[in-house]
Design a binder for this molecule. Structure first.
Ligand code: UGA
Length: 437
């Protein structure tokens, strides 16, 4: 099929490459000329494992092109809207500027029978609004809401082998003409058993925000338990192991630590609360305010604990922060808890050095006042305390014996609870986890 993908960020670039991999002829469109020139040269504009190899692979077939020219969408059967919906400045709601601009820009290029497929995370009600805009211009085009559930760091695999497809169509019916078209787009993953659900438009929009809210709630639940474990002298990692064995609960997303960040969970729960308020259902989501508050408290807690571990205040203390990205296998620093903690420590007088395998460029643009060192050994030299804040594999594998000779004082705060406390203590370190005795 001929497909256009509008918006080539974390979602769209991966989606475009994966659709070409599935055998379709794809054009990726974005207003950012630098992104387009990178992608045209099979270079990923951000770090995502497997993306660059995939871009090279599919560009050789000639099925994938990129452009800044929206008119290139003309002639495609299916148009995916993959632009961002960031948090509005100074407000909780989502900024719909990019989704609206992408849709309006697409209108002159729509032909009868075309499908416009929304993948961006949007406030419920957006699809109905866009559907009427589209039908005014091209009454024979259809809007589908097809939320995306990919995780950064696993985006290629999640797109090629998703755990489900959700198609929101205007009448919520399997017989809707758009269902067969999308089935053709996703023929290969559907053939290998990926389930798909057909719903009405608002349900499809809500599936996405509900899923992210549930995940955020699960993380904040275990972080609230971590607070309690600290007060009671218990171990939250063992608690999570034990409750996670109940398969109604499950162990996934029960990793207590410095909390969630990134370009999705934090802004999505806030936009969800804002939208519920507009719909007069704000009471239904007031618990998300608490989820957000528990999450933000983790960051303050780490600053307090660091001060405690340093003994005589933060002023002039040399602190090395391992990890800047909001999670491993990503260079994304949007609302990264690691960077937020690093910046707070710096503001309180510490001398903070940050290292990360992939995210230092983005981190330096976000917080230029921090010191960045690429090499881990160098970053750790003469540290008064080490904070592990993003659990990259190479940090999990650090040797406490070797490290003890590099730092000024062997003190470590394990913000992700991924190190073996016994091993580090045996090597002479003062070890602190979060929610662990
Ligand atoms: C999240 C969802 O997991 C995806 O399903 C969704 O498609 C995506 O948002 C989106 O809306 O686009 P992502 O932001 O890539 O994906 O990252 P997650 O793996 O969900 O991690 C989010 C944050 O939670 C990270 O900062 C991570 O370190 C933290 N986390 C995760 C925990 O603190 N504890 C856990 O147990 C799990």
């Amino acid at each position: 099929m001929r497909i256009s993908v509008i918006g080539c960020g974390y979602l769209g670039a991966v989606h475009a490459a994966c659709m070409a991999k599935l055998g379709h002829e794809v054009v990726g469109i974005d207003v950012d000329a630098r992104k387009i020139s990178d992608l045209s040269a099979a270079k990923a504009p951000f770090y995502e494992p497997g993306l660059e190899a995939l871009l090279e692979d599919v560009q050789e077939t000639g099925r994938l092109t990129f452009t800044t020219d929206m008119s290139a969408a003309a002639g495609s059967d299916v148009h995916f809207i993959c632009v961002g919906t960031p948090q509005k400045k100074g407000e909780n709601g989502a900024d719909m500027t990019y989704v609206d601009a992408a849709t309006v820009g697409l209108l002159p290029h729509l032909a009868a029978g075309n499908l416009v497929v929304g993948k961006s995370t949007v406030p419920v009600g957006t699809a109905a609004r866009l559907a009427s805009l589209i039908s005014e211009h091209q009454p024979d085009a259809h809007l589908v809401w097809n939320p995306e559930f990919l995780r950064e760091g696993h985006a290629v695999d999640d797109t090629l082998h998703p755990d489900r497809f959700v198609y929101g169509v205007s009448d919520g019916s399997e017989e809707h003409v758009a269902v067969a078209v999308l089935d053709e787009v996703y023929a290969s993953p559907l053939a290998s058993g990926t389930p798909r659900l057909v719903t009405d438009l608002p349900t499809a929009e809500l599936v996405k925000t509900a899923a992210n809210s549930f995940l955020a709630t699960k993380i904040s639940f275990i972080n609230a338990m971590a607070e309690l474990c600290e007060a009671a002298g218990a171990d939250v990692t063992r608690l999570a192991d034990a409750i996670g064995m109940d398969d109604r609960i499950g162990r996934k997303f029960l990793h207590a630590g410095i909390g969630f960040g990134g370009g999705c969970l934090p802004k999505d729960i806030r936009a969800f609360m804002a939208r519920a308020g507009e719909l007069g259902a704000d009471q239904a989501l007031t618990f998300l305010r608490e989820v957000d508050a528990i999450n933000m408290r983790r960051r303050t807690r780490v600053v307090e604990l660091t001060r405690e571990l340093c003994g005589d205040g933060l002023l002039g203390k040399r602190i090395t922060v391992l990890g800047a990205a909001f999670k491993p296998e990503s260079d994304d620093v949007r609302d990264s808890p690691a960077l937020s903690i690093a910046a707070q420590l710096q503001l309180q007088g510490a001398v903070v050095t940050v290292t990360d395998p992939k995210a230092l460029g983005n981190a330096a643009r976000r917080f230029p006042e921090l010191q960045y060192v690429q090499d881990v050994e160098t970053a750790l030299q003469n540290a008064d305390i080490v904070l592990l804040l993003t659990e990259w594999q190479e940090y999990r594998e650090l040797d406490p014996h070797v490290l003890a000779r590099t730092v000024a004082a062997p003190r470590i705060l394990d913000g992700r609870n991924v190190l073996d406390p016994a091993k580090w203590r045996a090597a002479g370190w003062l070890y602190r986890g979060l929610g662990r005795p």
